[in-house]
Design a protein around this ligand. Structure first.
Ligand code: GLC
Ligand code: MN
Length: 344
């Protein structure tokens, strides 16, 4: 399949997706339903699905596999979109990484983070993500919240200083990805506002390289509106990356296809990104459901991409003057009706 292009769009046009999107179908209640595809073998599958920018964790492409990964990326005409240290998979991080109460674990986390900076640069990705996976608590008073916050600030300050000293202008930019819960009952950096507040508390020297990676489904899990969450990132000048998917109400994390659950909001999101002249990658964070067969594993990418292309094209045709007119007369029901007409 040829590359999926979102056009016309400012800046980067290809689509991003994670190697973890093509997993074997494990969930908390049952084992795999498909053959586990070795991580590097997923790169050709992503290429076949029309993806341009690959995303991966350090546990998926460890530093030792970086040269091989680079060769495969080149062979299939792909680029690395982002890289991220897994602060959640290893049992060592069962109680968090930078916020673990165990000093030795915090030290290991920092070590992994700095190594991930090097791998990010080596792979040519411009963005490194920190997802707050296990940074949080299940029991009240299990952690001192103020200490945890300080530990996050110190950790990110160290990462930023390391990257700027070593790479200067070529330093990756860091995008913190909020999520309210799962795997922890309560997670630090649970929403965009918390992330922006944390960034405001970082050393001013590193603040410019820290931003947000909002994920539509994560906002929804918190019962928040992802269009406003993205607008808030834009307002702060901190939209560094974006993860697109869908979520069926505020339950467990589902990572369903983009454009599936709330197409009207997704259309509005495309309008917002177009008006902001978003130049970054549009990336999917979806999960092939365990009911999909081995041969259909990339269906979730095809469906997300087709939905995005349709919605993007429709968003281009949304008459901004009409929106402005509805706003000025406060005819919001009519505005919703107009958007629906653009959609259907
Ligand atoms: C995990 C999370 C996902 C995040 C990714 C990168 O896979 O589920 O939301 O984007 O890690 O850190
Ligand atoms: Mn994500």
């Amino acid at each position: 399949m040829s590359k999926i292009i979102i056009s016309p769009k400012k800046g980067k046009q290809g689509i991003g997706a994670g190697v973890w999107n093509l997993g074997p179908g494990r969930d908390p209640f049952g084992g795999p339903t498909r053959r586990e595809i070795p991580v590097l073998d997923r790169i050709p599958l992503l290429a076949e699905a029309g993806i341009t920018y690959v995303e991966a964790h350090d546990v998926e492409i460890p530093l030792s596999d970086v040269p091989k990964a680079k060769r495969i990326l080149k062979q299939y005409g792909l680029k690395m979109g982002m890289y991220t240290p897994s602060f959640f998979a290893d049992p060592l991080f069962k109680d968090g990484a930078m916020t673990s109460n165990d000093r030795a674990v915090r030290k290991q986390a920092l070590h992994n983070a700095l190594q991930a900076v090097d791998a990010t640069v080596e792979l040519g990705a411009e963005v490194m993500v920190f997802w707050n996976g296990r940074e949080g608590f299940d029991f009240v008073l299990a952690k001192n919240g103020r200490d945890s916050f300080r530990r996050l600030v110190d950790g990110f300050n160290t990462v930023g200083a390391y990257a700027l000293k070593k790479y200067g202008k070529k330093s990756p930019r860091f995008a913190l990805e909020p999520k309210p819960n799962e795997p922890r009952a309560n997670m630090y950096l649970g929403n965009v506002g918390e992330v922006l507040y944390l960034i405001s508390r970082l050393d001013p020297a590193v603040q410019p390289v820290f931003g947000v990676n909002p994920e539509t489904a994560h906002s929804r899990m918190a019962g928040l509106d992802y269009v406003w969450d993205v607008e808030l990132c834009l307002e702060a000048g901190k939209l560094f990356h974006i993860h697109l998917n869908s979520q069926d109400t505020t339950r467990y994390d589902q990572d369903m296809p983009f454009g599936y659950m709330e197409p009207l909001k997704d259309l509005a999101l495309c309008v917002v990104l177009q008006d902001a002249k978003w130049e970054g990658i549009l990336a999917f964070d979806v999960k092939a459901p365990r009911t999909d067969r081995q041969e259909d594993i990339a269906d979730i990418l095809h469906t997300s991409a087709a939905n995005l292309q349709r919605l993007w094209a429709k968003a281009l045709k949304v008459d901004r003057r009409k929106i402005a007119a509805f706003r000025s007369t406060q005819q919001y029901t009519a505005l919703g009706g107009y958007l629906a007409k653009c959609l259907y």
